[in-house]
Design a binder for this molecule. Structure first.
Ligand SMILES: Cc1ncc(C[n+]2csc(CCOP(=O)(O)OP(=O)(O)O)c2C)c(N)n1
Length: 657
């Protein structure tokens, strides 16, 4: 191994050595503890340390790092306190996730380190969001994100590189090509001759580096970092290295040819560098011994602290109260000056005023800039707020949601327009696993609103008509709002943007241009979790939301029914108080939803009513919903699918029960 040390002083070289040594010695200790059953799962970075350490030291400490499961060296080189690291691995309170997440699935905000989620690839898109924020702040900071070779097969990798390239984001995409992804060799992972070739397709600069040579990693990344800070752009870097231990400790390396392990053992990053420093008289054997002893002492001292810490306490209340970030609710009232506008105008106006109010609000989506979005909600926004804040995106829902999360980490709010709520399936993973769990896992809020144009009745077929709120109401950490009227839509959208938690904001397409209302012209907010009692009666409670509200209103208009009509407006949080009060008064409940029946929110509402109002009920709770089929294109089929036509009959049957 050749070490080209030009430009580095002796103390620089020793500094690199000490940093390299630390993760190795920690790992050696952890492997002992693992065998003793004192810590759980471990992903070894032995043999790959030069990459984490070299990249981390080449960055400034105020630049974001997004490590993966083998990047212990990134944490140690940023001087993350060892007692807290060890506490994290034991699930203790003084770790970084209050015992809620394991091994390397945590971030350290104070050190600008963003933790991974198990799904690997999303980390790359998050880096884009952080980098975009830096670009908008014009602060000349770069961001480095790691992935393994296996992770590069995920769609997130391709989407992230594409977005970074199109938006010229200052990100170093660091791929550690260590030969295997679990048991799968790289030959079964990708077909190009070398990983760096992947950059060609994204018109991206690339660089291949010997990942076992700390001097090469440090000097090349330092030079590249200086250049990227000056001239922001993404770069794909392939670090050649090898995974010397099992995927995780329990799984072993039986499937790895012995000769490969032997070959790479000779390239060990620490032994080679240590020999070089000794040969060059930069270090003595005695220095090596002293350094090792010092680090081991530090490790043992901090392990003792972590071991002595009691187990994390389990309190249901504490856990439930930590799923959402609490925030000071800004109650801004609507003024009396109003205009008669449609639902679509109210959403557009609300978004526009939120853009005026929050300078740090970015909106992103397909065709939302010059074109104004497929529903024209953002028409004129580009001219008013500029291309930095009103961003057309490539067609890559996952990456943009990841980017939104990255923006949130680095000081921005964002609203992402899904062209149709159906397309959230292409961005499902980051919603469920990044946004929803972030605050609970490590107290990092995901200040993101996803606008979801949804619903049937427009003859748009199975992929442009779904109302898919139930995919999200069952995931703790998300808020779900579903207005039926213009005035609610405007105030609730403003609230969604104020709220630092992730909010899915459902907008029914069939209501966009058909529902009018007098709407206050000022910027105002409406609280989440407050339903609206639209009609008062004593015979039955009708509970619904979205288009169902208008079907129910029509039914009440055309039939003489003495009913409470509750428009839920927000599904998570849910106004259970209003529901229970009404049902206790009427003794009968019918729930109308546009979604298909099984697993829809009506089922949970029914269960909640049964559990909480059983003694007051005079009849079984009734659900009315769409047929258990995909949504149809032909109008007569779609009409048959939707519950509107079945509602009156069900209502009358229940009244007569
Ligand atoms: C989406 C997803 N699929 C599968 C896994 C299971 N898994 C965890 S790590 C891993 C291998 C990753 O390989 P690579 O990216 O090369 O990183 P390495 O472990 O080699 O450092 C697999 C298959 C996962 N965590 N997430």
């Amino acid at each position: 191994m050749k070490f080209v040390t030009k430009g580095l002083s002796q103390s620089d070289l020793i500094f690199l050595y000490k940093n390299l040594l630390k993760p190795r010695l920690i790992e050696e200790k952890m492997l002992v503890l693992l065998r003793q059953g004192k810590i759980s799962k471990w992903f070894s970075g032995i043999g790959q340390e030069a990459i984490s350490v070299g990249v981390t030291l080449a960055l400034n400490s105020d630049e974001y790092l997004l490590p993966m499961h083998r990047n212990l060296g990134a944490l140690t080189s940023r001087n993350v306190p060892l007692n807290r690291l060890f506490a994290q691995w034991q699930g203790k309170m003084s770790g970084y996730t209050k015992g809620r997440d394991r091994s390397f699935h945590f971030g350290v905000k104070q050190h600008n380190i963003i933790g991974m989620i198990s799904h690997l690839g999303p980390q790359l898109g998050v880096a884009n969001g952080i980098a975009l924020a830096n670009l908008l702040k014009k602060n000349n900071k770069l961001t480095a994100v790691f992935t393994g070779d296996g992770g590069t097969s995920e769609g997130d990798f391709h989407e992230a590189l594409n977005v970074a390239s199109v938006w010229n984001l200052p990100v170093l995409f660091c791929v550690e090509n260590n030969g295997y992804g679990l048991s799968t060799p790289t030959s079964q992972q990708f077909k190009c001759k070398q990983m760096v070739d992947k950059a060609i397709g994204y018109c991206m600069e690339s660089l291949q580096i010997d990942g076992n040579n700390i001097v090469e990693v440090y000097t090349k990344i330092s030079a590249l970092a200086a250049s990227v800070r000056k001239n922001p752009r993404p770069v794909l870097i392939e670090f050649l290295t090898f995974r010397m231990r099992g995927h995780e400790e329990a799984s072993g390396t039986k499937y790895v040819p012995k000769k490969l392990l032997k070959k790479w053992a000779k390239k060990d990053p620490i032994n080679n560098y240590q020999d070089f420093l000794i040969n060059e008289n930069i270090l003595t054997e005695a220095d090596v011994k002293t350094f090792k002893e010092e680090i081991k002492k530090e490790i043992n001292k901090n392990i003792t602290i972590a071991f002595n810490e009691p187990l994390v306490e389990a309190h249901i209340e504490t856990e439930l109260n930590d799923v959402y970030k609490t925030f000071v609710y800004k109650d801004i009232k609507p003024t009396s000056s109003t205009k008669n506008i449609r639902l679509i105008d109210a959403i557009s106006k609300g978004l526009y005023q939120a853009m005026e109010k929050h300078n740090n609000l970015i909106i992103m989506g397909q065709d939302i800039a010059d074109y104004g979005g497929v529903f024209k909600i953002t028409e004129g926004f580009l001219e008013k707020f500029g291309a930095s804040r009103v961003r057309n995106t490539p067609i890559c829902e996952s990456s943009i949601i990841e980017t939104a999360y990255g923006l949130s980490i680095n000081g921005y709010k964002s609203v992402v327009e899904l062209q149709f709520s159906d397309f959230i399936t292409s961005g499902f993973n980051p919603v469920i696993n990044l946004l929803a769990k972030s605050y609970y896992r490590w107290q990092q809020p995901a200040d993101v609103v996803l606008r979801m144009p949804c619903g049937a009745g427009v003859g748009a077929g199975p992929f442009h008509s779904q109302t898919n709120e139930a995919w999200f109401t069952k995931t703790p950490g998300l808020k779900v709002v579903y207005p039926a009227f213009p005035a609610d839509a405007k105030g609730l959208l403003a609230m969604a943007i104020e709220d630092p938690n992730p909010v899915l904001f459902f907008e029914h397409k069939a209501l966009y241009r058909s529902v009018y209302q007098e709407v206050a012209e000022n910027y105002y907010t409406l609280p989440f979790g407050k339903a609206n009692l639209l009609n008062e009666g004593t015979a039955i409670s009708i509970i619904t939301y979205g288009a169902g509200v208008h079907w129910a209103l029509e039914t009440l208009k055309n039939n003489k029914i003495n009913a409470d009509l509750i428009d839920l407006r927000s599904l998570q949080p849910l106004d259970t108080e209003m529901i229970f009060t009404s049902v206790k008064k009427t003794g009968k409940a019918i729930i109308l939803q546009e979604d298909t029946m099984f697993g829809g929110i009506a089922s949970d509402l029914s269960a909640l009513i049964t559990e909480n109002c059983f003694e007051y009920l005079d009849a079984p709770v009734k659900r009315v919903a769409s047929l258990e089929t995909p949504v149809h294109f032909a109008k007569n089929l779609e009409d048959q699918f939707l519950p509107k036509g079945r509602f009156v009959k069900a209502l009358q049957e229940l009244l007569a029960y």
